[in-house]
Design a protein around this ligand. Sequence first.
Ligand code: PDD
Length: 290
Amino acid sequence: MIYLNGDFMPIEEARIPVLDRGFIFGDGVYEVIPVYSRKPFRLAEHLLRLQHSLDGIRLANPHSDKEWSNLLEQIIASNESDDQYLYLHVTRGVAKRDHAFPKGVMPTVFIMSNPLLTPPGELLATGVAAITASDNRWLRCDIKAISLLPNVLLRQMAIDAGAIETVLLREGFMTEGAASNIFVIKDGVLLAPPKNHLMLPGITYDVVLELAAANEIPYEVREVSEYEVRTAQEILLTSSTKEIMPITRLDGKPVGEGRPGAMFALLHQLYQNYKSTVMRGGTSTFQGSH
Ligand code: PDD
């Protein structure tokens, strides 16, 4: 079952008018929320990031946090898997084609859920390949906009090169991946680029830094240069759907020793422990929601 503008229905029955501004202009924002054992992870933080994205495109939030959490609860309950990922999508609604904002138009709200399949063990054992590319996106990458054409093209470059992700470089510094955040390990220190307008503030990124802080893993949040990326001991990617994965080849060359390193092993273990205790546990179904 999916949710579309007030109704629950099978996805095959869902229809939107062709003049929806999401379809015409990519004028909307989205969120992806992982659900473990039917509990949405960091719902409050995801809804806060949704609000930030809506503010960024000057669109009023169509729902209160309580309403969002009720809608999500129904979608989770109607899906078979215990582990899911929720996709929420809000557009500026349906209006005659004109770039300027329409007046008095209801936003389009769409929610779906899919089974959450974490990366297969073989990939974690060998690590994955990535390429680098110049970050040619706009200067509001902190907004989780549905207009993802640059990300789509950048990610496809990786696929065409037999890799799975593209590490983006802007003016000599690393920003993030086409659909993930990127960490670099240099001299035993975990390096994370600072959250700013050049990258999406990842929820998984936060978890990794919290785990590092709680376990006395040396880390620095600062700009990471292209040189540091190219001479890294390890490179990691993170996202809600991929958790933490080791990048062991970059532009066809081995990263460090070309296999998942000690920092990956440690953070992955800490992440799995955190998942089985905090993410799957929790006192209320909708932790952090009001
Ligand atoms: N993408 N940066 C970009 C550009 C992303 O698209 C994503 C996630 C992230 C990681 O954010 P988080 O840890 O909150 O998932 C960083 C989602 C999964 C997607 O578009 O499907």
